[in-house]
Design a protein around this ligand. Structure first.
Ligand SMILES: [Zn+2]
Length: 93
């Protein structure tokens, strides 16, 4: 048995195509910033699962949360796109 945050699963599922649809930096720093912002603004939804059967058992909850996750991700992308934090990190390298 494994305890998972369903919201994090949903964020991971959508983040790449939503970021890909917008003209923005896709470096790991920006991706993690988008993810962190989104997860900070979504109430966690912990579920237990074995062998990744999260979605089959929680389909109703998943459908309910998907729109919410997408709208928070779009907001997170806008914020990170306007003020990316990668610049200071990259200067150090
Ligand atoms: Zn970046």
């Amino acid at each position: 048995m494994e305890c998972k945050n369903l919201m994090e699963e949903l964020v991971d599922m959508r983040i790449d195509d939503l970021m890909g649809a917008i003209d923005m930096c896709r470096c790991p720093q920006c991706r993690e910033d988008v993810k962190a912002y989104a997860l900070n603004h979504l109430a966690p939804c912990y579920v237990t699962s074995n062998k990744g059967s999260v979605f089959s058992r929680f389909t109703a909850q998943t459908a309910q949360h998907q729109a919410e996750v997408a709208s928070i991700l779009i907001r997170a992308i806008e914020i990170v796109r306007k003020s990316p934090r990668h610049e200071s990190a990259m200067q150090q390298v």
